[in-house]
Ligand binder design. Structure first.
Ligand SMILES: *Cc1c(COP(=O)(O)O)cnc(C)c1O
Length: 408
């Protein structure tokens, strides 16, 4: 038997079934009218942001990285919880606007911004996190053409990366950000060109569960921002410290020690170098805010045996849950947390693999896990489905199409 990842705290059974925010899985599916279904719970989003705010210094603003989950009702709910939004495309900017979010609270990072995206963002007063020197020049040119003062920040490619990070996005040659040695001259250029200079964005990695690693990275980030500002002779109105806060997905993963990170940051803030004393700080988080709010529910279509192994074949799969299938940036496939939702409080009775309905061996949601005996019609729950699920999976593969989504 292979272990399953840890189910996030707070999920209980009602009448033997998994309940999400007090609602039974089968009732939620009946209401949605179909499976597969992503369920996101407002109360879990609220609790997560409240816990984060309680742990972090008041001075630290919290931004939501839209790419983790751009579902419109979820975005609208997040608008009441966080201080800002980070988008990575014109498409995400449109979603954020449709959710009624003020573009002045939005920053736009990401390589390969098209002219039309730059123009739209500048016209709306979005802060551009510039990813290259050439992009900076294009932004200045476009701003001049439309007669708007652009809000410009520099995304720095730091010379360090977040240790234990699931995905490395800083350190060495990268398509993201501008190498630190080129930053001071560019910062001066932006100020001299009359841009509304917004400061630095320094993102060093993602999905870290080790508080010590995050603490070290934040210290390095502050030191780098101070050094670059001093070299450039510019102020730092704002500094986006990146994010990287992870959530437990796999057997043995432990939740991040938020209090340790918050306390260390409070100490840093109490002892800032002069050039950062008036700076507004933020972090930008995706999965940490929304990942554990979501559950993916899929129905068992077939129960079969092959060479003595049991397969629960579902109507879902990697076309909605690429990450849970192990095909989204992981080297070794490990099981996400999952359960038989309709037998949530039943004991483990057998070893079974939960697979999707796609005709590819990559399509597994749980491999050789321990489950109660499930039959046709049972619902399977995959947890930690609130981030990088619906919008980060190849939804049209094999003609399957999207899952239903609901925010409760
Ligand atoms: C992807 C990304 C994030 C969000 O990462 P999470 O691991 O979901 O918190 C934040 N900032 C940038 C620049 C990103 O590319």
């Amino acid at each position: 038997m292979k272990p399953l990842g840890p189910i996030p705290e707070g999920f209980v059974a009602i009448d033997g079934e998994l309940a999400i925010a007090g609602r039974k899985a089968s009732d939620l599916v009946a209401e949605a009218g179909r499976t597969p279904l992503f369920v996101y719970a407002r109360e879990r989003l609220d609790a997560r942001v409240a816990a984060l705010r309680a742990a972090m210094p008041d001075r630290l603003a919290i931004h939501y990285a839209v790419k983790a989950n751009p579902f419109a009702p979820l975005l609208a709910h997040m608008a009441g919880l966080v201080d800002g939004f980070d988008v990575a495309s014109g498409g995400e900017l449109a979603l954020v606007e449709a959710a009624g979010i003020d573009p002045a609270k939005v920053s736009f990072a990401g390589p390969g911004k098209r002219d039309a995206e730059l123009e739209l963002a500048i016209a709306k007063g979005v802060t551009l996190n510039l990813e290259s020197v050439r992009e900076a020049e294009r932004a200045l040119e476009i701003a001049g053409k439309i007669g708007v003062t652009p809000r410009l920040a520099i995304r720095v490619n730091p010379d360090f990366d977040l240790k234990g990070s699931g995905m490395k996005m800083g350190g060495g040659a990268k398509p993201f950000g501008i190498d630190a040695d080129k930053v001071p001259a560019l910062a001066r250029r932006l100020v001299d060109a009359g841009a509304d200079w917004r400061g630095f964005h320094i993102f060093a990695g993602s999905q870290a569960l080790d508080a010590a690693a995050i603490i070290e990275t934040q210290a390095q980030t502050l030191a780098l921002a101070a050094r670059l500002a001093e070299e450039a002779g510019v102020t730092v109105p704002k500094c986006n410290l990146g994010g990287g806060f992870g959530i437990p997905y796999f057997p043995g993963d432990k939740p991040l020690d938020l209090a340790a990170v918050g306390n260390a940051l409070a100490e840093r803030f109490a002892d800032l170098p002069a050039v950062l004393r008036d700076t507004a700080f933020c972090i930008e988080l995706g999965r940490f805010l929304v990942g554990e709010s979501g559950v993916y529910l899929t129905r068992v279509i077939d129960r079969k045996q092959s060479h003595g192994e049991i397969f629960l074949v579902t109507d879902g799969g990697l076309h909605h849950q690429l990450a849970a299938s192990g095909n989204f940036g992981t080297v070794v496939r490990r099981n996400y947390p999952s359960a038989i939702a309709t037998r949530f409080d039943a004991p483990v009775e057998e070893e079974a693999s939960v697979v999707g309905c796609l005709c590819t061996p990559l399509d597994r949601l749980a491999e050789k896990g321990g489950f109660p005996r499930a039959e046709e019609g049972d619902l399977v729950a995959v947890f930690c489905a609130g981030a990088y699920g619906a919008s980060a999976s190849p939804v049209h593969f094999l003609g399957q199409g999207p899952a239903a989504e609901v925010l409760i």
